[in-house]
Design a protein around this ligand. Structure first.
Ligand code: TLP
Length: 338
């Protein structure tokens, strides 16, 4: 089976399993786990922030961030297709008690103008606009990169309007590699950033949330409310350290494979796929018919994938499919659509 459902399916490497087996651990809720402490220090430095917190998942990292920035009734500006709005079970409303305000964009990329248009002036009737959430790379926009000059200008603009900025950087390492810049530069200026270790970076579990020392101290309390105090979590942090230190550069191979898959799909009848739109490790495939039955047919042909719209299929490349041939994916599509 070629599993292109997500980069979340990656399994820990042999090196990770060995590091996990021998990790030095302690009770992290007491601050006693040396491996978690090391991961948090390394992650803070990686992301260019004062402090970091190891969390169970990207969803937990994003939601802890919103809970920490906002008070009940505050307004959170989000891009209308953002993961934090689409796929986190209404957490902004349920957990932070805040109100999301989705902003439509043509391509997932928020601009200063769009943010300005969404921030209302002070008025007794209105919620307080508190937080802007950005996403890089943007999942539902097909792994699109919010490139540095544009990214910085929207961050600066949000700050000038009195908003805090949280970055959902589940795949920020993909965005950094695609632009040839360090992570700290890709996260510069934001008040908080979440980055997943368990997607393309292959850790079995875990994400990191980074920000100022004061922000992370409060975030640690909010993680505890969610049941995220994980005790001997050094077993997991040991794998996360390898994600940060050794798994980022190879993401360029995933990007190359995604591009090759898109190129080989471009001339399959019944498929609309633009190789030029592939910026990182995702391929969006638009079909001339409903996607659900085609996903089932592709599974019968040995390719697993998911939908991201009624007639749209999403393919995600990652470490565990690195050896496949792009032409085999196109062959499965030809058979499935026949
Ligand atoms: N995304 C998953 C699914 O939830 C859709 C995937 O397969 O792509 N932010 C972004 C941008 C994400 O893509 C994801 C996961 C998360 C946050 C949440 O991370 P986890 O799954 O660790 O909670």
């Amino acid at each position: 089976m070629i599993d292109l459902r997500s980069d979340t399916v990656t399994r820990p490497t042999d090196e990770m399993r060995a590091a996990m087996a021998t990790a030095e651990v302690g009770d992290d809720v007491w601050g006693d786990d040396p491996t978690v402490n090391r991961l948090e220090a390394v992650a803070a430095d990686w992301l260019g922030k004062e402090a970091a917190l190891f969390v169970a998942s990207g969803t937990m990292g994003n939601q802890v961030a919103v809970m920490t920035h906002c008070r009940p009734g505050d307004e959170v500006l989000v891009e209308a297709e953002a993961h934090i709005y689409w796929y986190e079970v209404g957490g902004i409303a349920r957990l932070a008690g805040a109100q999301p305000r989705p902003i439509r964009t043509p391509d997932g990329i928020l601009t200063p103008e769009l943010v300005r248009g969404a921030v209302r002036e002070e008025n007794i009737h209105y919620p307080t606009p508190r937080l802007l959430c950005l996403e890089n790379t943007h999942n539902r926009a097909g792994g699109k990169v919010h490139r540095l000059p544009e990214f910085r200008s929207v961050v600066d603009h949000a700050h000038s309007m009195g908003l805090k900025v949280h970055l959902d950087g589940a795949r920020l390492a993909n965005a950094a590699v695609a632009q040839g810049i360090p992570m700290r530069e890709a996260a510069a200026g934001v008040d908080s950033v979440m980055c997943c270790l368990s997607k393309g970076l292959c850790a079995p579990v875990g994400s990191v949330l980074a920000g100022t020392k004061a922000f992370i101290a409060e975030a640690r309390r909010n993680r505890k409310v969610l049941g995220g105090g994980m005790r001997q979590a050094g077993i997991l942090a040991a794998a996360g350290l390898i994600s940060i230190e050794r798994m980022t550069d190879r993401l360029r191979e995933d990007h190359q494979l995604a591009k090759e898959i898109a190129e080989s799909l471009a001339d399959v009848p019944g498929v609309l796929c633009d190789p030029g739109a592939v910026e990182t490790n995702m391929v969006q495939v638009d079909l001339d018919r409903p996607a659900g039955p085609i996903v089932d047919a592709l599974a019968r042909e040995g390719v697993l994938c998911g939908t991201s719209g009624p007639t749209r299929i999403r393919l995600v490349t990652h470490h565990d499919v690195a050896g496949i041939r792009a032409g085999d994916v196109a062959g499965a599509f030809r058979a499935a659509l026949a």
